[in-house]
Design a protein around this ligand. Sequence first.
Ligand code: ASP
Length: 441
Amino acid sequence: MRKLELHWQILIGMVLGIVFGFIMTGISWGQGFVSDWIQPLGTIFVKLLKLIAIPLIIASLVKGISDLKDISKFRDIGVRTIGIYIVTTVVAITIGLVLVNVLQPGNGISDDTVAKLTQTYAGDAGVTSKIEEATRQKDSGPLQFLVDMVPDNALKAMSDNGLMLQVIFFTIFLGISMLLIGEDRAKPLKDFFDALNDVVLKMVDLIMLTAPYAVFALLAGVVVSSSDPDLLLALLKYSGVVVGGLLLMIVFYATVVGTFTKKNPFWFLKEISPAQLLAFSTSSSAATLPVTMERVEEHIGVDKEVSSFVLPVGATINMDGTSLYQGVAAVFISQALGFDLTFGDQLTIVLTALLASIGSAAVPGAGMVMLVIVLESIGFPGDKLAIGLALIFAVDRPLDMCRTVVNVTGDATVSMVVAKSTGQLGTPNIKEWDDHYEEVK
Ligand code: ASP
């Protein structure tokens, strides 16, 4: 019998997880059961993915750079990547702003709903911690992000998944220096990292064997801890605008893939779908990164020289879904609380949401922290921030799941476009977890 394709297996796991979560919500001991006995399985899965993220970035980036014949090629890849990332993010924010201005989801919100949401969430630790976090991030100078990118201790950087840009910086430095000592001298190191790269990709294959079960656990956990359905309903129009915008982004990526790489967009979406489904289930582009890299390299055929740079950098700085959401949310909150926005304010939103999405961490809920900074940039009164965030807090998790899918798809799209433009989009070479199993079993 032909084995069911991975994305179908994951999808079935997700649907069963959601159904199971709803059944458990209706049972008195259900919520406790899910959080004690089911959710930990999902948590272990996410930890396994994070566990291999740093070794994978280092091994694959060193391999990518040391395979280059000249450094100028790397500069080409770098400049194109950053340029295209900025363009796609501006497209995303613009789509979000057009939709929220035309459909005006904030104007239909009744005072009662505002009062109820404020009462439920304005003092919630989730909301206040986001405001505090944003204040911490904001109190730094304009060049702080460059300072933060340079580690003062390589091992310390490697020991913290939040310091991915520092690890990338160190690895590029290492890779370029390896090129400069000449092929012969660098060979032992290169062989080591080549082998490490293959090993870590095998680990991705092995972890993915458990993905269908893990997403079951993750989604059951999300459902049992979700908010009051009445509140979710009140925010239906707002959520609809965000999700509609995110869907348009997927159409945009499909068009870009079709136009610039001449590949079938449906094939692209199918091959990348396991990464998208994991992005949805984990709400974290960083946790999804190893799978995104595996899919893009082995199943789509993007050369490692491109993917090893474009994807880790993208996971940290390119968040189209997040920036679209920040644009919509900022205007929605202003509409609902009667805070008038000028055209200039909307342009400010484009700029700050662009910077905010670059600064957002690739973890669940990070987009909401940076939303505080976007709101402050348009002069939103500080004492109303907690009320503003309270308005959208109830639906943040489901929207986070959706925007993370777009973040990951955007990175994969850009890696294809860059690879095509530098002649590095080849044929897929799919490896299975058990390719060498017979030899060792
Ligand atoms: N969860 C998102 C990500 O990891 C970031 C966000 O929008 O909160 O890509």
